[in-house]
Design a protein around this ligand. Structure first.
Ligand SMILES: [Zn+2]
Length: 411
């Protein structure tokens, strides 16, 4: 249980004019983020709690399919990129510099080259395959047009995974696993998403899928068939229904690629097969824009009053507003009891501000359940309960509240 009066949570009405996206405005107003400079953000405690929840969902999803977590350096020598030619391909977006020893370095915008160097050092036989490694880490881009807060920024958090297989069938299975993991992850994050076959672009390789969240501020476009509901990358009537397609804006939150041998051949990453033949690893790579997921969740889970976090990623489970000073100690014991018995994380708003300010901030912060102890509690020991998403209201005694949360969380 935490007390609002002692927490590092600050709401504000003031946001920079450059903030256009609802998710960006709300993240700043609710005190989730501190804007350091255009396209650069620091996570404040409330935003960091939500971020850690999303990361935990991602870890659970990846680990379930046998992926192993590591953590690679953001600093990378440029030589590592020359073998694949991507020092040129990614020249414009790569943040690079010389250190005092005149060593050319970059801050990794992605990690295919480095993971290939790591794996080729330790894996030499088909017996050690398949292998999926992943990390959750900050990435850097020299972004020409930072926009929409966490949607397009210069420093952002990615989950990037890499699979290594002995043959094409192995790659197909690894890709299938990640495809399933991504569906679990985005579902649990409370996102309505669409999967679309995509162009592998600068990554190289053959097959690729994007995971997209429909949103007004989306910078990617998909074409939807109004009849069968399928989505396509290119306009042209629906191949199945022959109906004209409708344009929809999307936020890309995940992208998976079958890379094949582009990196392993360029970097001479080989293993020995059953017959002792030297072959290049068959690779896949799998990205989730973790900070983008936060933005996409807010963008698609908000109303005119503020954010409405899905339960699984909310920074707290409930906020308890103390509307009469003399109820503070009783409110703290109700919150402590809920935490002990239900394992809920409760924020107790014990600040010396008006009830109006407390309710408005509670709606802005978007914690799934708003509890209030005020006049009702004084007369009949009833706590007012509001579901943030639907705005439905009811009243409960502290004992009934325990059962209420049991029911809500068993759904
Ligand atoms: Zn169709």
């Amino acid at each position: 249980m935490e007390r609002f009066s002692q927490s590092f949570i600050f709401t504000t009405k003031e946001v920079p004019k450059s903030a256009e996206a609802q998710s960006h405005i709300l993240a700043l107003r609710a005190g989730l983020l501190f804007m350091v400079s255009a396209g650069i953000y620091s996570y404040l405690p409330l935003g960091y709690k939500a971020l850690r929840k999303v990361e935990a969902i991602i870890r659970k999803g990846m680990d379930r399919y046998g992926a192993q977590e590591l953590f690679m350096s953001a600093l990378q020598p440029i030589e590592m990129w020359t073998k694949t030619g991507r020092d040129k391909d990614l020249e414009e977006v790569m943040i690079r510099f010389k250190d005092r020893k005149q060593r050319q370095l970059c801050l990794g915008p992605t990690h295919e080259e480095l993971i290939t160097e790591i794996v080729k050092r330790y894996i030499s036989s088909y017996k050690q395959l398949p292998l999926i490694l992943y990390q959750i880490q900050s990435k850097f881009r020299d972004e020409p047009r930072p926009r929409y807060g966490l949607i397009r920024s210069c420093e952002f958090i990615m989950k990037d995974a890499y699979s290594f297989d002995a043959d094409q069938e192995g790659l197909r299975q690894s890709y299938e696993k990640m495809h399933s993991a991504y569906q679990d992850i985005f579902k649990e994050c409370g996102l309505k998403f669409i999967m679309a076959e995509a162009d592998p672009g600068a990554m190289g390789g053959s097959l690729s899928h994007e995971f997209m969240v429909p949103a007004r501020i989306g910078e990617d476009i998909l074409f939807a068939c109004p009849s069968c509901g399928k989505y396509f990358k290119k306009e042209g009537a629906c191949p199945r229904c022959k109906k004209a397609l409708r344009e929809e804006k999307m936020i890309e939150v995940g992208h998976i690629f079958q890379l094949g041998t582009k990196y392993s051949i360029a970097q001479e990453a080989f293993f020995l097969n059953q017959r002792g033949k030297r072959l290049p690893f068959i690779m896949g790579c799998y990205g989730i824009g973790v900070s983008r997921v936060i933005a996409a969740i807010i963008e698609t889970n908000c109303d005119e009053k503020g954010i409405s976090w899905p339960k699984e990623v909310a920074p707290y489970d409930a906020i308890l507003l103390v509307l009469e000073d003399k109820l503070t100690s009783e409110a703290l014991s109700v919150a402590t009891n809920l935490e002990k018995n239900q394992g809920l994380a409760i924020l107790v708003d014990d600040r010396g501000v008006s009830a109006g300010v407390k309710f408005n901030d509670a709606l802005l912060l978007g914690i799934p359940y708003i509890l209030a102890m005020g006049k009702n509690y004084m007369s009949s020991k009833k706590i007012d309960v509001e579901r943030r998403k639907t705005r439905e209201k009811l009243t409960c005694t502290p004992q009934e509240l325990v059962r209420f949360f049991q029911d809500e969380y068993s759904r």
